[in-house]
Design a protein around this ligand. Structure first.
Ligand code: GDG
Length: 466
């Protein structure tokens, strides 16, 4: 990674909606977790939204701080920008659309204009900070249009984009008014990176069918004489560090507390921000089905669901939380015993080391999103296991991680019966099979870790302008 950035001279400039935190503050969010290591290794600038709303918004002063060799530079948003770009177009239109949820996508023209405006403003403020030789790496669906603005400002630097969430095919994308315009704006990047081959292929189909881009093969698209590379770069975790977290003193304390509470019972664990894409309702129902169809698990297995609140959209989150509390309450009311609670639902975050300890003392990692770009929890669960006595990963076929982690038990999260049967199989799996599957999975996530992810993306970006 360090070699990559230095070999091409200049700095690395990362752009994402949320910037930091650089230290583990117990906050959730896959994007921050994956980027910290990369920037620490290369040094450079991380640019984005401050998280604050102010009257001056993007016209206000740049907020700047240093943490060792990394400079953070952020801008506020005005209330209008926040409502239209962030809460509106990004959260209420793009997030559902990109997770195949046309039924709840909410389009309005003002939000679309706000999104375009904020992308232009961020490009205008960033452009003067960029020096020749710098490489720009833009993250996620908040900034589909950033390269367009940067090119308009005359920037010739390599600009890459990585999408953390899924990208649907033309049938779904076409439901977005002016999607052609958005696709054209995306083609101003030199490199477009996706989590999986499926997402990349979906984008290629959209670009070819909807705006007439030419597919030149070998991951190169051409539109009006401009070439853009496209590729799949499955994001990874720092697998070795995570494995160390799982045996840290903080992890041990948590494991001890939990083992005391479990008194020999086995635990299934889920860890997800509360979001409709994560399939939590279906998961609780599948666990209920396990207790109905396989009564031998009553009193001997419990589900621990950790669910830190999502940032933003507080109202929608609290509705979802209440709904989940109802389902958990229903299952607990139906099956609980005086010394056993079937579902423990914790709606708060916890430090990563403590989380690693909980993964390690859980026999099953249950990761059942209805749609997910990658899902880092699946990888963290594997990294945290005891090699002598590893647990079993049950993974949704609709998580990007399923393309890489084929030795997990793959399920359809919409099938409560199917998930219940698979949970039964996971709980009954003999030690030698658990060890075998785990070894293969652990080796794979170590090989494709966060550093491999960043260097393969930046290497591809360095070649993209050749
Ligand atoms: C997006 C895409 C893609 C969770 N609870 C706590 C906590 N976490 C951490 C997990 C994990 C991260 O948050 C969640 O990452 P995911 O990948 O599961 O999901 P998203 O937040 O939706 O992330 C996703 C990802 O970007 C990366 O590209 O995989 O598909 O949707 O690291 O451990 N961390 C702490 N306390 C918690 O309670 N400290």
């Amino acid at each position: 990674m360090a070699a990559t950035a230095k070999a091409h001279g200049g700095r690395l400039i990362v752009v994402s909606n949320r910037v930091g935190p650089l230290k583990d503050t117990g906050r959730a969010g896959g994007l921050a977790v994956a980027l910290v290591d990369t920037l620490r290794r290369t040094g450079g600038l991380w640019f984005g939204w401050s998280g604050d709303v102010s009257e001056q918004g993007t016209f206000g002063p740049l907020k700047s701080e240093h943490s060792r060799n990394v400079r953070l530079a952020t801008l506020d948003l005005s209330q209008n920008d926040h409502d239209e770009y962030y809460a509106g177009f990004a959260n209420r239109m793009l997030w559902p659309l990109l997770h195949y949820r046309l039924d709840i996508a909410d389009f309005d023209r003002r939000s679309e204009d706000g999104y375009r405006r904020v992308n232009e403003r961020f490009a205008a403020r960033l452009a003067p900070m960029v020096e020749p030789g710098d490489t720009l790496w833009v993250h996620d669906y908040h900034f589909f249009r950033l390269a367009e603005g940067l090119r308009a400002a005359g920037l010739q630097n390599p600009i890459g984009f990585f999408l953390h969430v899924p990208f649907p095919g033309p049938d779904i994308l076409a439901a977005l008014p002016h999607h052609n315009d958005l696709l054209r704006a995306m083609l101003a990047y030199d490199l477009l990176g996706f989590q999986t081959e499926r997402d990349r292929d979906n984008f290629v189909r959209c670009a070819v069918e909807e705006v007439g881009a030419r597919n030149l093969g070998d991951g190169v698209l051409e539109l009006e004489g401009r070439r853009t590379r496209v590729g799949a770069f499955p994001i990874g975790i720092d697998a070795d560090s995570f494995a160390e977290y799982a045996v840290s003193p903080e992890a041990r304390i948590n494991r001890k507390r939990m083992e005391k509470a479990l008194v020999g019972r086995r635990q299934i664990i889920g860890v997800d921000r509360i979001d409709y894409s994560k399939g939590l309702n279906e998961r609780f129902r599948a666990f209920e089905r396990l207790l109905v169809d396989f009564p031998e698990h009553r009193s001997t297995v419990s589900l621990l669901q950790i669910a830190p609140p999502s940032r933003g959209e507080l109202e929608a989150y609290s509705d979802m939380r209440r709904q989940l509390e109802r389902v958990a309450g229903h299952v607990n009311g139906r099956f609980a015993d005086i010394d056993w609670t079937p579902i423990r639902f914790l709606t708060r975050g916890m430090p990563r080391r403590a989380l690693a300890g909980l993964y390690r003392s859980s026999r099953v990692g249950l990761v059942t999103p209805l749609r997910d770009g990658m899902n880092l929890v699946a990888k963290e669960y594997i990294a945290a296991q005891d090699p002598e006595d590893p647990g079993v990963l049950v993974l949704s076929r609709f998580a990007g991680a399923a393309e890489q982690l084929k030795e997990a038990l793959i399920v359809n999260p919409y099938s409560t019966v199917g998930v219940a049967e698979t949970l039964h199989k996971a709980l009954a799996m003999p030690l030698d099979e658990r060890q075998h599957r785990w070894r293969v999975l652990f080796e794979r996530i170590r090989e494709h870790d966060a550093h491999a992810f960043a260097s393969s993306f930046l290497d591809a970006l360095a070649k993209a302008q050749d």
